[in-house]
Design a protein around this ligand. Sequence first.
Ligand SMILES: NC(=O)c1ccc[n+]([C@@H]2O[C@H](COP(=O)([O-])OP(=O)(O)OC[C@H]3O[C@@H](n4cnc5c(N)ncnc54)[C@H](OP(=O)(O)O)[C@@H]3O)[C@@H](O)[C@H]2O)c1
Length: 328
Amino acid sequence: MQPYRFGIVGTGMIANKFAEAAKVLGDRMIVQAVSSRTLAKAQDFSDRHGIPDVYGSYEDMALATDIDVAYIATPHNFHLAHMELYAAHHKHILCEKPIVVNEAEATRLLQLSERYKIFIMEAYWSIFVPAFAKFQELFSLRGSDRWDFLRSEIGFSHPGDRGLRKVDPALAGGALLDVGVYNLMIAAEVFGYGFQITDVHTIKNEQGIDVFDAFTLDHGNGRKSYNICTVKGKMTNELIVFGPEGCLILKNFLGSQSVVEDRLGETPVEYQFPFLANGYEYEINHVCDCLDQGFLQSDQLPLAKSVKIIRAADVIRQRIGLKYGFEN
Ligand SMILES: NC(=O)c1ccc[n+]([C@@H]2O[C@H](COP(=O)([O-])OP(=O)(O)OC[C@H]3O[C@@H](n4cnc5c(N)ncnc54)[C@H](OP(=O)(O)O)[C@@H]3O)[C@@H](O)[C@H]2O)c1
């Protein structure tokens, strides 16, 4: 079978990470092309990663006939428009998180998927890494009803210009959409998607953008998750589930390589799963597996899950009074 041919949309931080990971998946996929709003940036990216085709606009790459999948790595508020562009040219889509920014866009996303019959998946790479599979295995093995609480925290500090996108209201900046969606996704993956949002707290900057959020989810049956996120500070980025018999820790849950099982009265055991590249390779491989099987959605991460997460983010944003200018 021929490798799937991917085209990258945008040349920022995560696009570089994608291109690096692709280098270990040569028999499954290749990065055929890269597109940028600026030809020189696309050329520079192509030189760095050895990518054959270069486009100075996203629209030009959408016309290419030798691309199977568009990987969309632009700021959140452009995701839907860029998905619409590539869907209209019958490209499958892997789109960065959050795949859309609100409920209204989620409705249009579902219509897009229905209309064009292409594969679409959100790029929540965290749930495809081997360490997360081990975490889930231990979670079930010990009895999935033995765990009462979950705590997740995620935060990065971004000195200099790198942090600007993350708090730019025009680019849907803020902790919730930048990293809080990871808290929501991981809590839902572990304790289930049927949660209610209970307590919500935020700290905003002078522009009214959330730089820190804390929220509690009630997952039913006495289970609760406590989640915090920030774009203004480095955190441990750990996910912990705990119950009377001990705890399970997924270290750096954004892209984990290690799970620790700490059972009452026993010596903690650490399981390690080093990445082949940077961790993104597992998600890309999953997309290829789905395409092999002719799926239009991922069996692990269908659009219904993505929509549930963005609806939850909408509820949290309503509670903290955060509406972007472009939503008026
Ligand atoms: N999965 C993950 O772990 C992860 C990590 C980080 C980010 N992300 C997601 O990936 C997306 C991109 O994040 P990033 O950190 O890579 O951002 P970034 O470094 O700022 O890059 C974004 C790219 O989007 C393009 N772009 C198009 N219109 C733009 C505009 N008006 N302003 C700025 N850039 C624009 C630019 O590429 P050109 O100039 O070449 O057109 C830019 O390089 C976000 O949605 C983010 O949530 C995911």
